[in-house]
Each structure stands twice: as structure tokens, then as C-alpha cells.
Ligand binder design. Structure first.
Ligand code: NAD
Length: 428
């Protein structure tokens, strides 16, 4: 796909026109377009095969963030999210970074960590030695479990053994199996390998193995994004570019120094990250667990991104674990996720991980720019007011009318929306 993602006025098109446009852009079939638009897609029968006790399907809005250039290539970004302003924020920030040449991203090999817990070991350090001495045998056994992944160049890479001397139940060992999951997220694959080697691990260590499960702190599988924005592009309203750039740096410094702020700073990043993770059928709990545990890796929870002013540019970076797949899990099962992956046109799980990191950084920039200038509510107000109006029961033209009154009154509350709605209905 060499087409530009710089779509002026995409938001002004009708829903049907946007879908038609995407069909053209990504060469989608009629069926694929329907899966995206919600006209078809995941149905109850298919859902019934995915999880237990199914009674239906739960929908989420699917939006397209525009303007993204990542490593010189244009991307349209599918985002599944219920929160207003996120898709618009990502598109806006991507346009700013586009002016600085677009995002640059890099990522690690798709290495997951699987853990085996060993208890009741007489001499943990001696057991550790014996396990490391048997490294080759254990890796070979792990690799017998998934010949497909091994053939594709993945599989067990390394073995590490950690002695946890002071757990609440006494000393224990944690064996780490380092496993290249290629284009899969890797949870099932790694867990299968762990279960296969656990009996041998128990025998070699002389202990009792208990848990055999991957770690979501996927810190060998980091994705990184960098974005540069010319300071003058940040000027808006009464705010100069310099003021906004400095404000963004100061806002980041607050998050770097304070966990209370860092939690919200990172939540803003995850607004973008999760929306793409969900749209592509990936496990967002895994990504959330990885992101926040990585943010606390030095013993104090901090910001996942950095921002600083460098001459005439504002420079941002983001680094976080990104265990996502383009095969496995629901990625090839959920009809809309399959189309989302086609739309992104990513060739590998690493490429997807890097795109998601860029979206996270864009979302962070959008939030900080608003917070460090006019505040978040002004841009948010109209969309928020729409949701409140709908929650109050407004439909059709009444939605906009209720929104207008609430914005004029600067009071966006459910009780007020209900009162306005009752009045409008009584008048009509
Ligand atoms: P999976 O088992 O569905 O698919 C992976 C398989 O696809 C591999 O075994 C491999 O044989 C095959 N494959 C084909 N082409 C491949 C390629 N190019 N690269 C890699 N593998 C390829 O999926 P998974 O990624 O092992 O597991 C993901 C699922 O596990 C998710 O649904 C997740 O929710 C779930 N899960 C998560 C956790 C956790 O995060 N703690 C725990 C358990 C399960």
C-alpha cells in the first residue's frame, strides 16, 4: 500500500462513504467491508465457539485514525474504542508528527518469557547449576512441542534460572524459558513448551514444580517509537509553539516524578494502544499487564514515554512490552480483526507491535498538548455531551439539540440532559 494516509475531511464523510473509501484503499471485498462496518462480522454462532456460556455479541465503535507515517510508510489505523476523542486525537497528533517526518520505530525479536516455579529444593544454588547445565536438553525438548514455529525460525532460545530466596513461603526457583514466538502472541505456545519440560525440570532440580505459565512482563519483546514535531506546528489559539512544547515537557516531567500522574499519563498512552490491540483481536489484558509492570520495573511506577525540546523540535519516545500476534488467538478468528489486519497491511507481529507503539506515542502527544494548553475538556466537551445526551435517551435530531443546550449552559450532566430532553419533547 503506497497510498497516503493523509485524509483531509475523512471525518466529514458519512459512515457509508468512509467504508466505501476504505474498500478502495485496502482492496476490501464486500464481505470484509461488512465485517468492518458491523453489518456482518462476529455473530453469536461464531462467538459461541470462542468462549463459554455465550448469550450474544458485545459491540464497540470501530474508528480509523488517519495521517500516520511510520518508518516512511503510510498507515490507516483501525481503533476499537468506546471513549470519544481518542481516534481524533491520534489522527491529529499523527499529522503533527508527519510534519516532523513521521514516526520512527524499532522493536526487539518476539521473545517471550515462560516461567516454571520450583518449590521444596534442598539447595537452590546447586539446583540452579544443574538446570543450567541441562540447558541444551531442555531447549531441545521445548522445541519438540511446536514444529511449525521452529520451522518458521522461532522456538526456545535460552534458559535462565533465578533464585527467589525470600518469598513468603521460603526460597523457590523460577526457571525462565526464553521463547521466540515469531508472529504469534505466544501464550499458548510457550505454556505448552513449559508443561512439556516441567517434569524434567523437577527431576533435575530435585524439587516440586508448580506454576508453568508465561510472564506478561514481556521485557524481551519491547517496541519503541520516536516522534519529532517542529515546535512552530504546536502553536494554536493564544498559545505559542514554544509555550506548548515546554508545557508538554513539563507535563511529562510531572509523570516521570509522580506515580499518581504517571498512572494517568500511561492511561492516555494505553487509550491508543488498547484500541489497536482490540481491533486486531489481540489480548489487551496481556498488553496492559506488560505495560504497567514495565512502568514499575525500577521499583517506582513512572511514565512509559519521554518528551524533551531539542532546538526547534519537540521529541517524544515511547518504549513498552508489546506481545501481539498476527496469527493465533482471535486474530484470524474474529472477522473484523482479520480485516483490521488487512487494512494495516502489517507483514509481521513485530511490524504490528511497532505500529501500536507509534499510536501510543501519538495518543500521549494529543493528550499532553491539550492538557498543557487549553485543558482536556474543551475538545472533549462536544463528544462527551453527545454521549450524555444519548445516555439520557435522546435519539435522532434531539441528540444535537440537547448537546447544543448543554454546551451553551456549560453543564454536561445526565440529570440536566434528561431535563432538557423532557422540555424539548414537551415543546414538540
Ligand atoms: P495460538 O496457540 O492460537 O497460535 C499460535 C500457533 O500458530 C503456534 O503454535 C504456531 O504453530 C502457529 N503458527 C502458524 N504460523 C505462525 C507464525 N508465523 N508465527 C508463529 N506461530 C505460527 O496463539 P498463541 O499466540 O500461542 O496464544 C495467544 C492466546 O493465548 C491469546 O488468545 C491469549 O489471550 C491467550 N492466553 C494468554 C495468557 C496470558 O497472557 N497470560 C495465558 C494463556 C492464554
Amino acid at each position: 500500500m503506497d497510498k497516503s494516509s493523509r485524509l483531509t475531511g475523512f471525518y466529514k464523510l458519512s459512515l457509508a462513504e468512509r467504508v466505501d473509501w476504505l474498500k478502495e484503499f485496502a482492496g476490501l471485498t464486500e464481505e470484509e467491508a461488512k465485517a468492518l462496518s458491523g453489518a456482518a462480522g462476529l455473530g453469536p454462532d461464531q462467538a459461541d465457539h470462542m468462549v463459554e456460556n455465550v448469550v450474544g455479541v458485545f459491540g464497540l465503535p470501530l474508528g480509523i485514525a488517519t495521517n500516520f507515517v511510520i518508518n516512511g510508510r503510510d498507515y490507516l489505523i483501525p481503533m476499537a474504542i468506546e471513549e470519544p476523542s481518542v481516534v481524533a486525537g491520534a489522527s491529529f497528533a499523527a499529522r503533527l508528527v508527519r510534519e516532523g517526518g513521521g514516526f520512527v520505530t524499532v522493536s526487539d525479536e518476539p521473545l517471550m518469557i515462560g516461567q516454571i516455579q520450583i518449590l521444596d529444593v534442598a539447595n537452590p544454588w546447586a539446583a540452579r547449576f544443574e538446570l543450567l547445565a541441562a540447558r541444551g536438553r531442555l531447549l531441545a525438548l521445548a522445541n519438540e512441542q511446536d514444529p511449525v514455529i521452529v520451522r518458521l525460525g522461532g522456538g526456545a532460545r535460552d534458559l535462565e534460572v533465578r533464585v527467589l530466596e525470600n518469598s513468603p513461603v521460603g526460597p523457590m526457583l523460577a526457571v525462565h524459558l526464553i521463547y521466540d514466538a515469531r508472529d504469534a502472541m505466544g501464550a499458548n505456545t510457550v505454556n505448552t513448551a513449559l508443561e512439556a519440560i516441567a517434569p524434567v525440570v523437577a527431576e533435575i532440580s530435585g524439587g516440586r514444580t508448580l506454576l508453568r505459565i508465561l510472564s506478561n512482563l514481556a521485557d524481551r519483546r519491547l517496541a519503541r517509537a520516536k516522534g519529532v514535531v517542529p515546535v512552530q506546528s504546536l502553536a494554536h489559539g493564544e498559545f505559542s509553539g514554544q509555550d506548548v512544547a515546554r508545557g508538554i515537557m513539563e507535563a511529562w516531567a510531572f509523570a516521570a516524578a509522580d506515580p499518581y500522574r504517571a498512572a494517568t499519563h500511561n492511561k492516555g498512552i494505553m487509550n491508543g494502544v488498547d484500541a489497536v490491540v482490540i481491533a486486531t483481536g489481540n489480548d489487551w489484558r496481556a498488553i496492559e499487564a506488560g505495560a504497567h509492570s514495565y512502568a514499575a520495573r525500577n521499583g517506582r511506577y513512572t511514565a512509559l514515554s519521554t518528551w524533551h525540546v531539542d532546538g526547534n523540535n519537540l521529541v517524544g519516545t515511547l518504549e513498552l512490552p508489546m506481545a501481539v500476534g498476527i496469527v493465533g488467538g482471535a486474530t484470524r478468528v474474529h472477522p473484523a480483526a482479520k480485516v483490521a489486519l488487512k487494512l494495516l497491511g502489517v507483514a509481521t507481529a513485530r511490524e504490528l507491535a511497532e505500529v501500536i507503539a507509534a499510536v501510543g506515542l501519538a495518543q500521549n502527544l494529543a493528550a499532553l498538548r491539550a492538557l498543557a494548553s487549553e485543558g482536556i475538556q474543551r475538545g472533549h466537551m462536544k463528544l462527551h455531551a453527545r454521549q450524555v445526551a444519548i445516555a439520557a435517551g435522546a435519539e435522532g435530531e434531539l441528540i444535537e439539540q440537547v448537546v447544543q443546550v448543554m454546551i451553551r449552559e456549560k453543564t454536561i450532566r445526565l440529570d440536566r440532559a434528561e431535563a432538557i430532553l423532557n422540555k424539548l419533547r414537551a415543546e414538540s
